[in-house]
Design a protein around this ligand. Structure first.
Ligand code: ATP
Ligand code: MG
Length: 137
């Protein structure tokens, strides 16, 4: 069993596809171990994406992620990290496999609807960034 952090980004929430995205996770066998809707401050988004500090898209990315509410979830299942990334599709929606969340709903490299942890160490950091242990079931 593995856990990963998923975020439905502000563009996904705005498109009213939260249920559709969650349905895809559940259909693939992932369980929702924790979930909440939050509106990140710019500072919270900057801390979350600290690995990207210094990159040309960092300021735009953290502004975008704090411009509206998001849904943050802990997904649990076998190979949850890789499975979630597979369901999401590639960062660039034009390279995302057909039928993936980003292929179906993303509008640009930046506005790509979902976030997912990319490795066990980042998953641990990201889950702890938003959830206390007693909030995860
Ligand atoms: P995420 O971390 O959001 O799950 P990812 O791991 O597929 O996505 P990263 O390389 O970690 O992609 O980039 C984080 C986010 O920054 C991307 O999801 C996207 O919103 C934005 N981003 C990445 N590359 C670019 C770029 N070249 N131009 C604009 N925005 C970008
Ligand atoms: Mg990433």
């Amino acid at each position: 069993m593995e856990r990963t952090l998923s975020i439905i980004k502000p563009d996904g929430v705005r498109k009213n596809i939260t249920g559709e995205i969650i349905r895809r996770f559940e259909s693939a066998g992932l369980k929702i171990a924790a979930m909440k809707k939050i509106h990140m401050s710019k500072e919270t988004a900057e801390g979350f994406y600290a690995v990207h500090k210094g990159k040309f898209f960092y300021d735009e990315l953290t502004s975008f992620m704090s411009e509206g509410p998001v849904v943050v979830m802990v997904l649990e299942g076998e190979n949850a990290i890789a499975l979630n990334r597979k369901l999401m599709g590639a960062t660039n929606f034009k390279e995302a496999d057909p039928g993936t969340i980003r292929a179906d709903f993303a509008e640009s490299i930046q506005f790509n609807v979902v976030h997912g942890s990319d490795a066990p160490d980042t998953a641990e950091f990201e889950i702890g960034y938003f959830f206390k242990p007693e909030e995860i079931f």
